[in-house]
Design a protein around this ligand. Structure first.
Ligand code: NDP
Length: 335
């Protein structure tokens, strides 16, 4: 077996030497345990936070520890009555080819219902993030304008499509023309703007003539600065992620922090941060609605696959900079 561990805590952007590959003898499950073989490894932006030794909503990965991840695995051997060899399960096996589990926290996946990779994508954590953040915090109404960045990505693509299903206007923000074309033409957003263009803020204003009612915050940074003056009275801002800042080394309050507070007061804005696990009681609703929408073609998804566990560090470093076009996955082993 092979695993990738955190070799050093990154300062700023992660680099190849922050990761180390190790080999190990594939273990045999003890009583009550299963041996998992990883098929799909999900790479997600939150992993950058786990590489830091700072207090957050989850404990950091220790130096020398296996990088954490959600995975889709096959049960390769079982001494646990709840699981049989050949079962496909959603697990948190991390960045490795094999792992031992006592069965706790494993969820069986039915390969007949949907491609198994969707269990870490549109029908998994990122899809659930989009669904709950948008519907439970953003609460888009028919005719309102919803803006989301990372619009071709795992979370953002679902946010805009669900906004359309609810009768709102969906404006995406993405990096580059190919992603913007895809978001408009394939996903059916009303418009999509390239945040790397110099006149991005002016274009965003033009695309939102009636202002912004819901801004689903995935990125922060320059995108937020362009969005913030356009927020309407009583606008809702589900704060989901701040990927533009994950590699920051010094976090200083921006010069415009006080104007943000004034706008929050005078426009009665709602900013609410959330972690997808806050909405665990919505999982049943999510699975019912989202699998229906995917089946009906109302929610489309795109996967961006790199091959082999060795590709994970490079793919992860790319994910933080927009090298991915769709949900970032690593195919660790055959189906
Ligand atoms: P994506 O598939 O959207 O990939 C990340 C994307 O972020 C990149 O492709 C890039 O897209 C965009 N990006 C990177 N840097 C910048 C920047 N400086 N300005 C604008 N865009 C940038 O990832 P996910 O869908 O998995 O995650 C999206 C967000 O949701 C992240 O912030 C993540 O941390 C957050 N999240 C939060 C959860 C929660 O529970 N709160 C759960 C899951 C995700 P582009 O090329 O278009 O710029």
């Amino acid at each position: 077996g092979k695993r990738i561990v955190l070799a050093a805590r990154p300062v700023g952007e992660p680099k190849p030497s922050d990761f180390r590959t190790e080999e190990f003898a594939v273990p045999t499950p003890g009583q009550g345990e299963v041996l998992l073989r990883t098929i799909w490894l999900s790479l997600d932006p939150y992993m950058r936070g786990r590489m830091n030794d700072t207090k957050s909503y989850a404990a950091p990965v220790p130096v020398g520890g296996v990088m954490e991840a959600g995975t889709v695995c096959e049960v390769a051997a079982s001494d646990n009555p709840g699981f049989a060899k050949g079962d496909i399960v959603l697990a948190r096996a991390g960045w490795q080819t094999h792992a031992i589990s006592d069965g706790k926290g494993l969820a069986k996946i039915d390969p007949k219902l949907a491609p198994i990779s969707t269990a870490v994508g549109v029908l998994g954590m990122p899809g659930m993030t989009a669904y709950t953040g948008l519907l439970d915090i953003g609460k888009p109404q028919p005719g309102e304008t919803v803006v989301v960045a990372g619009a071709s990505g795992a979370v953002g693509s679902a946010v805009g499509q669900i906004a359309k299903i609810k009768g709102a206007r969906a404006i995406g923000i993405a990096g580059g023309k190919d992603k913007c074309d895809y978001v408009k033409n394939e996903l059916g957003f009303d418009d999509c703007l390239d945040h790397r263009e110099t006149d991005f803020a002016a274009k965003l204003k033009f695309a939102c003539p009636k202002g912004i009612d819901v801004y689903f915050e995935n990125v922060g940074g320059a995108v937020f600065e362009a969005v913030f003056p356009l927020l309407n009275p009583f606008a809702r801002v589900p704060v989901c992620g701040l990927i533009a800042h994950y590699n920051d080394t010094d976090a200083k309050p921006p010069k415009w922090a006080s104007s943000l507070m004034f706008a929050t007061l005078t426009k009665r804005l709602t900013f609410r941060g959330f972690i997808v696990s806050d909405f665990a009681n919505r999982h049943g609703d999510f699975l019912r609605d989202m699998s229906g929408w995917v089946r009906e073609g109302k929610v489309k998804y795109k996967e961006f696959v790199t091959e082999g566990l060795d590709s994970a560090p490079g793919a992860f470093m790319g994910l933080l900079k927009g090298a991915n076009f769709g949900k970032q996955l690593v195919r660790v082993g055959p189906d």
